[in-house]
Every structure is written in structure tokens, then in C-alpha cells.
Design a protein around this ligand. Structure first.
Ligand code: OXD
Length: 308
């Protein structure tokens, strides 16, 4: 039994991290792997679609990140392979710190001062205070909960929204479409960390924006396809939303002619909110490799039906 790594961005740090955990692991790398019938486990990020049909004995396909939308979009994904994802406490912590930085940037409107600096203008302005700002987090999985907990520690009033009811996680969590309007009405800064599914595609649209209080701010660190860009631009230009910070886009890299690039009220970052560290997830990959070999229940199994 062997494991193949498929990652157009490079494989070396992944091989090193896996070998640290288990030096005997039989690791192959795409596209230079031969005898593909020996491969039972694939560790992948944005693989070329259709390639899995060349691996007749694949039992498990693991995403190299938290998201699995890049996998589930493959029309030729083998029906009988388990899909898993990585759950990395450092990834969640990095995400929480990034969201905190974006919110603080918004509260103090640091971008506006940067623009004034380039114009040599000294002009003090009022600012928002943490205690007065309600943050609403869409997505209450491992990442959403960690973001919520870090923001609460900083003093924010935080609530969450999830597809299904969630209790006992130390904050008010609204659930389902029926409670979505109440959640939005009580949110000054909307943070999306949702996975991309059929139900979440385009969820950040005008119906959502109009239910937010005036001057609300949007942070999207989920997936680009969740935002209807035209609606976002309209609600910012009409002054209902005060701006947005976007880290993810439908097309990445963001095309050079996108109107988002030069918008003064939109911050763009290149999908860097949190990056999986091979060293911190290698043990769970190796654990799943052996579970797969022994026919045991896998860690962080994904439901194809739910899409996460
Ligand atoms: C992930 C990501 O899914 O980096 O891990 O977007």
C-alpha cells in the first residue's frame, strides 16, 4: 500500500513532514508515480480533474486543507473512496488572528489614514470601540468556533450562525434560514468562514446585505463563490455597507481587471488567512493512512451529501 501526494504547489515539505512521523511510509508523487494500482491513499490540493480513474485501488482521498470543495467539484471523483479533510488547531488559530486583525483595521479605519498619509494630510477621525461592535460569524465548525472564542476573549460581542442547531459552545448560535434574519439584524461585522456547498454558494448576496444594519462590514475568509460580487459592490457604493475585506475569490488569482482590486472600501488579500502547516497535520494524515489500511473508521471524514 502506498500514498500519493498531488499538489501543483510543491510536495517537498509534505514529504519531509510525513517522513518525520513515519520514515517507512511508501510515498509517491504525482505525476511521476508509476504502478498506480499500489496506491490506496491520496493527499491532494487542487488536483487535475479526472486523474483518479488512473488509481484503481484508491480507498481514501484526503484534502491538504480544511476545505474539500476543490475535490468534490471533480465530476470523476471515485464513488467508493472516502473523502477526508484536515483539522488543524494552528490553522484555526491563524484564521482567528487574521480575522481579529481585519476587524481592528476596520474599527480604526487604518486604510483611510494610509491614504491620508500619501496625501500628507493630518486629519484625526472618530473610531469604533470593541465593546460596541457585534460580530456575527457564519459557520460554527472547528474554525468558526475558534474565531468566535478568540474574539470573545478580546471583548467583542459575538454570535454565530450555522445550518443546524448548535448548543453549549458558549455563545448565541442562530440556526437555519428561519433564524438568519435575526442573526443578520444583530451583526455589525459579518465574518464568513463557511465551507462551500450548494447551499452556501452566493449566500452573501443583496438579500443578506439588506438585513444587516447600516454601515455593516463584510469579511469573507470562506470561499469566493459565496459572495455575489455585483451585490457587494452595489451595497458598498450605495453606502449601506461600509466596506469589505476579501481573502478568497471565485477565480484565484483575482483577475487583473476585477473592479474589486482598486475599490477604496475593499481590502484584498491573496488567500492567506491561514495556511496549513504540513508539520502540524502530518500525524493525522499518517493515522488515517493506517486506519485506511486496517479498514478502521477514518478521522475527519467528509459527508459528500453535506459537502463538508
Ligand atoms: C483550506 C484553505 O481549505 O486554505 O484549508 O482554503
Amino acid at each position: 500500500m502506498a500514498l500519493v501526494i498531488i499538489n501543483p504547489k510543491g510536495v517537498a515539505p509534505w514529504i519531509d513532514a510525513l517522513k518525520q512521523v513515519d520514515p517507512n511510509l511508501d510515498i509517491r508523487t504525482f505525476p511521476n508515480d508509476s504502478n498506480r494500482e499500489e496506491i490506496h491513499f491520496a493527499l491532494t490540493w487542487r488536483h487535475p480533474y479526472g486523474i483518479f480513474k488512473d488509481y484503481p485501488n484508491l480507498k481514501c482521498i484526503s484534502s491538504m486543507g480544511a476545505g474539500v470543495d476543490h475535490l468534490l467539484r471533480d465530476p470523476e471523483l471515485p464513488d467508493d473512496a472516502f473523502i477526508t479533510r484536515l483539522v488543524d488547531p494552528y490553522l484555526a488559530k491563524d484564521m482567528a488572528e487574521f480575522v481579529l486583525a481585519l476587524i481592528m483595521n476596520h474599527l480604526r479605519d487604518l486604510n483611510a489614514f494610509k491614504i491620508k498619509q500619501t496625501q500628507v494630510i493630518w486629519k484625526p477621525a472618530d473610531y469604533l470601540r470593541i465593546k460596541d461592535v457585534k460580530v456575527g460569524i457564519m459557520g460554527m465548525g472547528a474554525i468558526g468556533r475558534q474565531v468566535a472564542s478568540e474574539l470573545q476573549k478580546t471583548g467583542f460581542n459575538v454570535s454565530g450562525w450555522a445550518r443546524t442547531e448548535k448548543r453549549g459552545i458558549g455563545l448565541t448560535v442562530y440556526s437555519g434560514l428561519t433564524e438568519f434574519p435575526t442573526f443578520l439584524n444583530n451583526t455589525d461585522v459579518l465574518v464568513c468562514v463557511l465551507p462551500l456547498t450548494e447551499a452556501t454558494k452566493g449566500i452573501l448576496n443583496k438579500d443578506c446585505f439588506k438585513q444587516l444594519p447600516k454601515n455593516a462590514f463584510i469579511i469573507n475568509v470562506g470561499r469566493g463563490e459565496q459572495v455575489v460580487e455585483a451585490d457587494l459592490l452595489q451595497y458598498i457604493s450605495e453606502g449601506h455597507l461600509s466596506g469589505a475585506s476579501l481573502d478568497v475569490f471565485t477565480e484565484e488569482p483575482l483577475p487583473i481587471d476585477s473592479p474589486l482590486w482598486k475599490h477604496p472600501r475593499i481590502n484584498i488579500t491573496p488567500h492567506i488567512a491561514s495556511i496549513t502547516n504540513p508539520e502540524s497535520v502530518a500525524a493525522q494524515i499518517v493515522e488515517n493512512y493506517y486506519r485506511c489500511k486496517e479498514g478502521k473508521v477514518l478521522l475527519n471524514l467528509v459527508s459528500r451529501e453535506k459537502g463538508y
